[in-house]
Design a protein around this ligand. Structure first.
Ligand SMILES: Nc1ncnc2c1ncn2[C@@H]1O[C@H](COP(=O)(O)OP(=O)(O)OP(=O)(O)O)[C@@H](O)[C@H]1O
Length: 629
């Protein structure tokens, strides 16, 4: 064999290129919080708290009531504890035997114990309430996100950056795991801090401002650090999104053959690692900033803390404060410091959460704005006529339209075949006909009703689509066929759809027939061949008995017997519906009543098979090429 260059020669000689750097412009490319001021960001905390309470309230009112009551109890306990401590200090620090002093201080010490116990109980109950809320809150937000994405207009997915914003919103869902805990701890610490500060102010008004100054730098530092973290998170969103997708594509057994037999593993691992390292580089670049913030805030906090203790010592030494009160002040200072630190830590965590929740909320709002709003009219009767009038559709960011002014009329009983070169607009045309996309110009009508003004659900209830790339759901065989429209509690219609594509024998051979899980990677799951999967996709559409049946390359993976069977079935049921077949196998267009040939989104030829074969146009050329082997 006279091969000059083989795959083996090439291997290893050229280092693989790193993954492409993704930079995009447009409405989603701007960090929504990039321009917000520090004050504005801090002011979000009450809004976030309100939002968390409102979300939790919808889920479990009792638990929310407990969560709100517990901080109050903690505050009361802290106040009682400090007051009782002050009362206990006086006898403890006067003259007399230890027994006498303890005896006198005993009632106050018992109150101290009870108050401490109450605070503990309140903390435990709050944790219990938080555990009641968090799992369901996470499920709610997670499901809301999934539902929002499922319900948007399909065209939203073609907008640059939409999926990256979805990735950013996922972080909001992840933060719901901790946000109730953060909120609860923040509230408890806040109440405790207010109580302890009040006690300190009573003991000596000078101490409170000093204490505030001691913890404020930590607060500012924590918030600045959270902002840096968020900036990194934001800068990494696009890479993380691609990495997540590539992770699935690289590791799923579905594409394992291709990955192995084409020696892709090394490159994929290199690629995955490169993307991760790119994210790491951004994260590491921010480390000096966070170090500076940490060091400066700790320094400032240390200076003010020394000043606080110094002031307390000075007050005691100069007799400006009684010894017993000074001792109480030590406890109050410690309590306030601990509470203030908790306020700061949990406030910063809440602030951090608020950044991601804002992304999540912004995405949910955006998705909701992109949900279909086409009008409430319903297509009640089975579609008898579909008309396209100069329909045009252009994908966002593309110069030329994918469908560039198509006019067509389809009536019940018609079988239309759509042919044309790759990229000529065939699949896009089917999306316009089914109302998955709305025409930018011109219109598509069903029974005379403009799809732009019709509830899309009433349209999709009547459609059955076998797309070019169909889903292989990790569900049982039965659900893979009935998905979305279980009609009966018995399997007769399912078997009917299975027989229509000649799959009965293969399904009966599966370990548990229709109950077999079609996911090799799951325990007990089975796998089908490519052609068998395509038969499942066809039976899924046929099971629906739709008024509009669209098959986009429905038999590309089937053996001749399967293909023949499917087309026979299509012909047999054609009278009751409109049927559209998109295909590159031009022989299959013989069954059509009408064939349209698309070129660059326009119909350039149309007619019956016999007419087009002799017309000397693109159809005849493609047919000749397909038989020239
Ligand atoms: N989701 C999308 N976003 C942006 N452009 C798209 C999208 N889908 C298709 N296009 C573009 O629209 C044009 C028509 O694509 P379409 O999938 O309709 O062609 P087709 O005739 O079905 O091709 P094929 O025979 O390869 O299936 C192509 O230029 C394609 O790049």
């Amino acid at each position: 064999m006279a091969s000059t260059e083989t795959a083996h020669d090439q291997a290893g000689s050229v280092p693989p290129p790193p993954p492409a750097e993704i930079t995009y412009t447009g409405e989603y490319s701007i960090n929504p919080l990039g321009e917000a001021s520090f004050g504005k960001l801090c002011a979000q905390i009450p809004t976030v708290l309100r939002r968390i309470v409102a979300m939790a309230w919808r889920i479990d009112r009792t638990a929310v009531a407990l969560l709100l009551a517990c901080p109050v109890l903690v505050g009361v306990a802290a106040a009682v504890l400090l007051a009782a401590t002050a009362r206990a200090m006086h006898p403890l620090l006067t003259d007399g035997t230890v027994t006498d002093r303890l005896h006198q201080a005993a009632p106050a010490l018992v109150v101290v114990g009870i108050a401490a116990g109450l605070a503990r109980i309140a903390g435990t109950v709050a944790t219990y309430a938080e555990r009641r809320i968090t799992p369901r809150l996470t499920t709610e937000t997670d499901t809301a996100l999934v539902e929002a994405v499922c319900r948007v207009e399909a065209s939203a997915h073609t907008v640059d950056g939409f999926s990256d914003r979805q990735e950013a919103a996922e972080m909001g869902v992840i933060r719901t795991h901790v946000m109730v805990t953060d909120a609860q701890r923040f509230l408890s610490a806040l109440v405790k801090m207010v109580t302890a500060s009040a006690a300190i102010s009573v003991l000596n008004p000078l101490l409170l401002p000093l204490l505030l100054l001691a913890v404020l730098p930590a607060g500012v530092g924590a918030i600045l650090t959270a902002r840096v973290d968020y900036e990194i998170h934001y800068a990494n969103v696009a890479d993380r999104n691609v990495r997540g997708m590539m992770r699935w594509w690289s590791t799923t057994p579905k594409y394992g053959d291709e990955v192995r037999a084409n020696s892709m593993t090394d490159y994929l691992v290199f690629w995955y690692r490169s993307l991760s390292e790119r994210c790491d580089t951004r994260t590491l670049a921010a480390a000096p900033r966070t170090l500076r913030i940490g060091l400066l805030s700790s320094l400032a906090a240390g200076v003010f803390l020394v000043a606080t203790w110094g002031a307390l010592a000075w007050l005691a030494v100069t007799g400006r404060i009684a010894l017993a009160l000074a001792a109480t002040a030590v406890v109050a200072v410690q309590t306030t410091l601990a509470a203030l630190s908790q306020v700061i830590i949990n406030g910063a965590a809440l602030f951090h959460t608020s950044l991601y929740l804002t992304d999540m909320q912004a995405f949910l709002d955006d998705a909701s704005a992109r949900a279909p709003r086409r009008g409430a009219s319903q297509v009640d009767t089975p579609v008898a006529e579909i008309r396209l009038e100069e329909a045009v559709y252009r994908y966002p960011g593309k110069d030329k339209p994918a469908v560039a002014g198509v006019s067509l009329t389809l009536r019940r009983g018609d079988i239309l075949a759509v042919v044309g070169a790759n990229g000529s607009g065939k699949s896009t045309l089917t999306r316009l006909i089914t109302g998955i996309y709305l025409a930018d110009k011109g219109r598509v009508t069903w029974n005379g009703m403009d799809l732009a003004e019709v509830d899309p659900q009433s349209v999709w209830r009547q459609t059955g689509l076998v797309p070019q790339i169909f889903a292989q759901w990790p569900l049982r065989v039965r659900e893979n066929i009935t998905l979305g429209q279980p009609r009966t509690h018995h399997d007769d219609p399912v078997w009917e759809a299975v027989d229509a594509v000649g799959l009965r024998e293969a399904i009966q051979d599966l370990p548990t027939g229709l109950d077999t899980l079609l996911a090799r990677e799951i325990f007990g799951g089975a796998e089908l061949s490519g052609g068998q999967w395509q038969r499942i996709a066809c039976s899924r559409a046929l099971y629906r008995r739709p008024a509009l049946l669209i098959l986009d390359e429905p038999t590309s993976q089937m053996d001749p017997r399967g293909e023949h069977q499917v087309f026979e079935r299509i012909k047999a049921i054609a009278a009751d519906r409109i049927t559209i077949v998109v295909t590159h196998r031009l022989e299959n267009t013989r069954l059509a009543d009408h064939i349209v040939v698309l070129e660059h989104g326009r119909i350039t030829e149309q007619g019956r098979y016999d007419d087009l074969v002799h017309a000397g146009g693109l159809f005849a050329e493609l047919l000749a090429l397909s038989s020239d082997r």
